[in-house]
Write a protein that binds this ligand. Structure first.
Ligand code: TRP
Ligand code: ZN
Ligand code: CA
Length: 437
């Protein structure tokens, strides 16, 4: 089983101090208001696979498919709905007509959270007529089902309102998800904080692809994979080819994961991910062999855990008020020149969007000759901002506030203060530093 360590655990010294508290007490003494989330669970891949076996059985008992308008589709809906009802979700079945047959979307709401800030995860539940559709898209359907059941097991109390959706007739052109968004008023559409799509996440020769859409959602998945040490690539096998397109078209921030369909895995991809170069990510895409044998368990396990990581991280995030500060007070020794640069990390979470043009960086360095020091701020994506150059600046210590235009940087992620001593003799240490948005 794969367990992801949330990055905030990697920097326990980074303490978030709400700006409003800092106004009434010195920041270092203010009661730390941790911007914290509940720890995401490890989703048992055996449970996900058990759902896939049930979907396989449904297909086998219904002419080998679970396609729109066929009995295997409705049986799939009934299976998922019964699990959710038993777990305390409020479910509703939305019906529509396509190609002369009745189609169904299943919507499941977890009671609670901010009704004006909805986080939704979705997957299409229909297969093509030519096969049982276990990777496409039993995989995404089962992963979000098991994540929903984990929400219930944890009795999670998210800040956002959580909703899960299983779409009908995706294979006929995103019909079910389009029907769903078309029936929302613009007010209701505006309440979506985000939509996460999972379509084909257990491909037998997998790649690890992240949709390049909303930056916060994208970063959340990248953070999860960075924690595993597994490289990802941006999804390019047909943007708009799944249900997230329906949401994106009406302005909802979207993201998602994908392990590849009929495209061929390159040799460099096989080197970093394993599997077989020169072969499709899914040789059984839209075929009768898309059965329970057509699943890579490691990919299914990682991506199921990634679904839960995103739901927990995004769904329980609190939004700090503007002016919130994040601080690291752990001392870091700065070796004398010639020595390597040293860094001190601050993990920022829960700040929506980009950093402001007036991002403030408070630096407190104890040093016997400040002129020796070169100081940079490093953004989560690695961009650097020079705060101070070395100089013939007599005097000790750097106790200063720098204003940085960091407006091109996503605020959430690990920021670093990087300090290098470039002249010999004097030494010192980073005492503390703080970033304020
Ligand atoms: N269900 C999609 C389809 O049949 C599969 C797919 C292809 C896909 N390319 C994608 C899903 C990219 C997500 C992202 O077309
Ligand atoms: Zn699909
Ligand atoms: Ca020195």
């Amino acid at each position: 089983m794969i367990f992801s360590v949330p990055r905030r655990m990697a920097t326990a010294a980074a303490i978030a101090v709400a700006g409003l508290l800092a106004a009434t007490a010195p920041a270092a003494l203010a009661a730390p208001t941790a911007v914290s989330a509940a720890t995401p669970p490890d989703i048992p891949v055996a449970n996900v696979k058990a759902h896939l076996s049930q979907l396989q059985t449904i297909a086998s008992n219904n002419s080998g498919n679970r396609a729109h308008g066929r009995p295997g589709y409705k049986a799939s809906i009934d299976y998922v709905k019964a699990k959710l009802d038993a777990a305390g979700f409020t479910t509703s079945l939305q019906t529509f007509t396509s190609s002369g047959s009745t189609g169904y979307n299943l919507i499941a709401d977890w009671p609670g959270g901010d009704p004006n800030s909805v986080l939704m995860a979705g997957a299409h539940l229909d297969s093509v007529t030519s096969g049982p559709g276990i990777n496409d898209n039993g995989s995404g359907s089962a992963a979000i089902l098991e994540t929903a059941l984990a929400v219930s097991r944890a009795q999670l109390q998210p800040t956002k309102h959580l909703r899960f959706g299983w779409w009908g007739a995706e294979e006929l052109g995103l019909i079910g998800s389009k029907y769903y968004v078309n029936n929302l008023s613009s007010t209701e559409r505006g309440k979506f904080a985000g939509y996460l799509n999972f379509d084909m996440i257990g491909s037998p020769n997998p790649g690890y692809f992240v949709y390049d859409d909303d930056p916060t959602i994208e970063q959340t998945f990248k953070d999860y994979y960075a924690g595993l040490g597994v490289p990802t690539e941006i999804e390019t096998e047909g943007d708009g080819r799944s249900d997230h397109a329906s949401f994106k078209n009406v302005g909802v921030p979207v993201g998602g994961l994908f392990t590849g369909a009929s495209r061929t895995k390159s040799s460099s991809q096989a080197q970093k991910w394993g599997g077989t170069a020169g072969q499709a990510f899914d040789r059984c895409y839209h075929s009768s062999c898309d059965t329970t044998s057509n699943i890579n368990d490691t990919a299914l396990d990682r991506n199921s855990d990634a679904v839960a990581y995103a739901i927990w991280t995004l769904g329980t995030a609190t939004t700090p008020p503007p002016g919130s500060s994040f601080e690291n007070t752990t001392d870091v020794a700065i070796p004398d020149s010639p020595g390597a640069a040293v860094t001190s990390d601050i993990l920022v979470t829960g700040v929506p969007g980009n950093a402001p043009a007036t991002t403030k960086v408070d630096v407190n360095i104890i040093h016997t000759y400040r002129g020796d020091l070169v100081i940079d701020l490093v953004a989560p994506d690695g961009s650097t901002y020079r705060l101070k150059n070395s100089s013939w600046d007599s005097g000790d210590n750097v106790i200063a506030t720098y204003t940085v235009n960091a407006s091109s940087e996503v605020a959430n992620g690990t920021w670093k203060l990087r300090v290098q001593d470039v002249a010999s003799w004097d030494t010192g240490y980073i005492n503390s530093w703080k970033i304020t948005f």
